[in-house]
Design a protein around this ligand. Sequence first.
Ligand code: PA5
Length: 406
Amino acid sequence: MKFDAHGFEISKSVLAKASRAYDDLSAGRVSDMTGWLNAADGDVIARCADLGAKFAEDSELIVVVGIGGSYLGAKAVTELLPNNGKLRFAGNTLSGAYYEKLLRELDGKDFSVIAVSKSGSTVEPGIGFRVMEQAIIGRYGRSNARERVAVVTSPEHTLLGDICDANGYTRLILPDNIGGRYSIFSAAGLLPIASSGIDAVAFVQGAESAAANRGAIISYAAARQTLYRSGKKIEVLSVWEPNARWLGEWYKQLFGESEGKDGKGLFPVSLELPADLHSMGQYMQDAERLMFETMLCFSGTAGITVPKREEKVDNLDAFSGVRLDEVTRSVKDAVIAAHVEGRVPVIELTPGELTTQSAGALMRFMMTSCAVSGLTMGVNPFDQPGVEVYKSKVRLLFEGKDRCED
Ligand code: PA5
């Protein structure tokens, strides 16, 4: 990962603090919730690869039920990388229209279900799993459905785990020392990823190579915290690949839930460029100076070029015959110059070519940098007390207390 800073300098004292935070994190001195820093267990990877291949072979569609960290990683990866196109997602909405459409799509097709919930008691995926379980039992009968349902949950007793064990579904573990938004390299992410036909081994190998990025991981964390201390309140992640829009959603959860607490934290948002330059580009250039931008641009290898034209009619000849990836790089440099001129400091992250390995490396880079940034700011990047407040109120509702009748 290449790191560049445009329009600002990283504070030396913040850099030193981030560097200490990185070393404390790596040495296991800051929290028990750092299981994601360990190499993913070979048996778990093999089990996910085998079961994923079986689901892919037996199914035209595979429904992944989960929300937050139990869904966004797999969604981001399967949007980013080429795959078999069989994954659908549920448990992340309460929209009846969404479920009606999904059930219509499943009608007449062979399908499997993967339910992911660490706590096993989150309401939205709980309802999603009821809907999907009813559909799969209705289709295949209770005993044949068993072969088509897998559950990823905590090793402890959970409600979802109990349903899984009672019905003989396959159970995989989301270890206690890995939180939802850090779970992409556990069975929570790897089983859906393998089911989509993406090489889970290569993805994990990429993550392990990210350790070599110590300097860039610390620089990114220190840059964010330098800019936060200078009064910036918003980080805008700008991606240059349409398929990376969902990576932006994953990034928002990772940083927002890890750092937004104790009255502190940058507000993470994401844009896709150049499309959003023609909408939010106005705000970026010219409105409240609350934000800095983190620019993420993969180097592409696609051969498509700007076609040549004999007549000089559209003012595009300077780039005639040039590959679109190179055009992107030139446009990106112009946008950085414009935004810096508009007093938006820019962090530039260049992860290289987009491959399964580099996607794994990027996500591990982001997770580590996020943890370092939170520790540098003095918050616990591994808890989510704010999310728990809403969850407990909704649980009360479903226990029959406070139900609104209309
Ligand atoms: O990162 C987190 O911890 C959260 O986003 C959880 O993943 C999310 O709330 C879902 O929780 P669970 O997996 O327990 O259903």
